[in-house]
Design a protein around this ligand. Structure first.
Ligand code: HH2
Length: 258
């Protein structure tokens, strides 16, 4: 079986790579349907950007953005809700989501109470300030210990499905991100299914620019880097990759599965 692909639907005005394109719920639903037709196994719906420096969104506004999209897509595909707010997670599950994608790693009680899956992602700090000189002694060990501690707590509390995600770009320098990608096998060895998201992230902009003589290639020009890192992650045994460009990522997953 090929690794799974989680397609991204950002119902936001300010996401780093597609902000504003799918803020209208009808446009977001259309985009979600396109990702389904391209082979997405899960569609991840988010109403609050987590890009570095992003401002928080009020709960009512986040609900207004995501609920119609979750409701429309849930009969057609597995939907995850990308949120850090318990009320939004709960309402999205009520609308049909069956996975809580939680960059704050705090919502496992909601997953337990609702009887759905949960993604624990590692983030240092919060989006507004997380890229202010992040420091680790041993980034791989610290991220691994954090995730396992959260995953064990969630499992013991009764969450049946727990994913772990190293949180590429969340309070990490390029070197930290590369160390985590190099050592993904250590996350996979925990036995928890691993999710990784590198799609269009700024570290790729920097790596790709090294050969172009520009400072950072823009988010729209990071497809090859996204595919290279997704392929790398899948070859190391991650169970799911999070992607904006679903079709090429599914193709890469098919090739990896052989
Ligand atoms: N990355 C983003 C958002 N949510 N969730 C998980 N589990 N893993 C990730 O790596 C991850 C995530 C950032 O990407 P995107 O949704 O495109 O941007 P924004 O947060 O600006 O909406």
């Amino acid at each position: 079986m090929r690794p799974a692909v989680m397609g991204i639907v950002n119902v936001t005005p300010d996401s780093f790579s597609d902000g504003g394109r799918f803020l209208d719920p009808a446009a977001a639903v259309d985009h979600g349907r396109r990702l389904i037709s391209e082979g997405a196994d899960v569609v991840d719906v988010g109403g609050e950007s987590t890009r570095p420096g992003a401002e928080p969104v009020a709960q009512e506004e986040e609900l207004r953005r995501v609920l119609p999209v979750v409701e429309a897509l849930a009969p057609e595909v597995r939907v995850s809700i990308d949120t850090t707010k318990p009320t939004v997670a709960e309402a999205a599950v009520g609308a049909g989501a069956t996975l809580i994608n939680d960059v704050s790693s705090s919502l496992w009680p909601v997953a337990r109470d609702c009887g759905v899956g949960w993604v624990a992602m590692h983030m240092r700090g919060e989006p507004r300030t997380m890229q202010d000189a992040p420091r680790y002694t041993d980034v791989v060990r610290e991220v691994l210990e954090f995730l396992v501690e959260r995953a064990v707590a969630a499992r013991e509390a009764g969450v049946g499905e727990v994913w772990i995600d190293p949180g590429i770009g969340f309070g990490k320098t390029l070197e930290h991100n590369l160390s985590l990608l190099r050592h993904l096998d250590r996350l996979v060895d925990t036995g928890y299914p691993v999710l990784v998201g590198t799609s269009r992230k700024s570290g790729l902009g920097a790596l790709l620019a090294r050969s172009d003589g520009v400072e950072e290639v823009p988010a729209d020009d990071r497809l090859e880097g996204s595919l290279a890192t997704a392929t790398w992650a899948m070859l190391r045994g991650v169970a799911m990759v999070r992607a904006h460009d679903v079709l090429p990522t599914v193709q890469a997953a098919r090739v990896v599965a052989g």
